[in-house]
Design a protein around this ligand. Structure first.
Ligand code: DAH
Length: 360
């Protein structure tokens, strides 16, 4: 029963069955039938005891060889199955790692949103927090509390949009500046106060540099000792950070606002090259903001004591500094929703401005 012809036949039968096994289960069944306790090879091993001497040795060697051969064939076939399973997984779970992480965003960030965020980042770094106020204001918050009495010419200059009069005859206004947020902040916050108030403002005015809706950012610092030097330092720091320059030439020009005393308009040095403005250097000047020490009447209107509390305020046109920084010529285009304009002047939505990574 262990003659070599019979073993050769068994070998051929097993090897071809192993090669033809369709899956791992079939292969396992074959392994059991050959090498398992009652398998064909194991049974023959058990029979060896009945042989004697040389015959047992020869048959033993032949059976061991067959056992090894069958074992190797099974291992090889198992490896085939593993490789095939892996190939299949690789094919079905294929990921093209060269594809972009996500589709290129179709939209862009509007220059006003970009600059708004840049301004917030800069002042946050200087310790300011962000305050807000309503777009529709009372006459008191927009004018009266800011030391602009009824007959003051500033009221005409502001080209105010009025709402229809209420029953008591008073009229609400679309706020003509962000300065009312000064009063609202004083009413709710005890000094020290350090806020900026970015937001929409409205005036009945429209040309290349004016739109009926535009954006300002108000600043207010109040405590017991803040003085004009702090105002200058603060605005210089802002201009350097905003225009991303080491030095910016600045000029503080005496001016007049009802809500500040003294009042200053701030110009930055610039030059014109081929019709393009270059900020920071040169012999020309561009006005960028209004500022001053908060008028005692304004501090009083905000419910604070001007004998104790003092500080500065400023107001900057967000759209205006956006035009200057990014060389955008016409303000009206800001609000026309022209997709070509938005794609040209817009900013990547994946790169939000911050001081560490760069503002723009
Ligand atoms: N409110 C002023 C305007 O709309 C801008 C301004 C000037 C704001 C001086 C201020 C300031 O806070 O101190 O034209």
């Amino acid at each position: 029963m262990t003659d070599s012809g019979e073993l050769t036949a068994l070998r051929d039968e097993l090897i071809s069955a192993i090669d033809g096994a369709g899956d791992e289960a079939a292969l396992e069944a074959l392994r059991v039938s050959a090498l398992g306790k009652k398998g064909a090879i194991s049974e023959r091993m058990k029979g060896l005891g009945k042989l004697d001497g040389e015959a047992r040795k020869a048959a033993g060697q032949a059976l061991n060889k067959l056992k090894d051969e069958v074992g190797s064939a099974i291992a090889a076939r198992q490896a085939d199955f593993k490789a095939a399973a892996l190939d299949e997984r690789l094919a079905t779970e294929f990921v093209d790692v060269t594809l972009p992480a996500r589709p290129e965003p179709a939209g862009t960030i509007h220059p006003v949103s970009q600059v708004w965020e840049e301004v917030v980042q800069i002042f946050a770094d200087l310790g300011f927090s962000v305050a807000e106020g309503p777009h529709i204001e009372t006459d008191w918050y927009n004018f009266g509390a800011l030391n602009i009495p009824d007959d003051h010419p500033a009221r005409q200059e502001h080209d105010t949009f009025y709402l229809n009069p209420k029953e008591d005859g008073t009229r609400m206004v679309l706020r003509t500046h962000t300065s009312p947020v000064q009063i609202r902040t004083m009413e709710t916050t005890q000094p020290p106060i350090r806020i900026i108030a970015p937001g929409r403002t409205f005036r009945s005015d429209s040309d290349q540099t004016h739109t009926p809706m535009f954006h300002q950012v108000e600043g207010l610092v109040l405590d017991e000792s803040t003085h004009l030097g702090h105002l200058k330092w603060c605005l210089e720091e802002f201009c350097k950070a905003f225009f991303e320059l080491d030095e910016v030439k600045m000029r503080f020009r005496a001016s007049h606002f009802p809500f500040t005393e003294p009042s200053m308009e701030v110009d930055i040095g610039c030059s014109w090259v081929d019709g393009q403005v270059k900020i920071g250097v040169g012999d020309d000047w561009l006005e960028i903001l209004g500022s001053g020490m908060v008028h005692p009447n304004v501090i009083r209107a905000g419910g604070l004591d001007p004998e104790k509390i003092q500080g500065f305020a400023f107001g900057v046109g967000i759209d205006r500094i956006a035009m200057l920084k990014y060389g955008i010529p016409d303000l009206r285009a800001f609000f026309e929703s022209d997709l070509r304009w938005l794609r040209h002047y817009g900013f990547s939505s994946l790169q939000r401005p911050n001081l560490a990574g760069g503002l723009s």
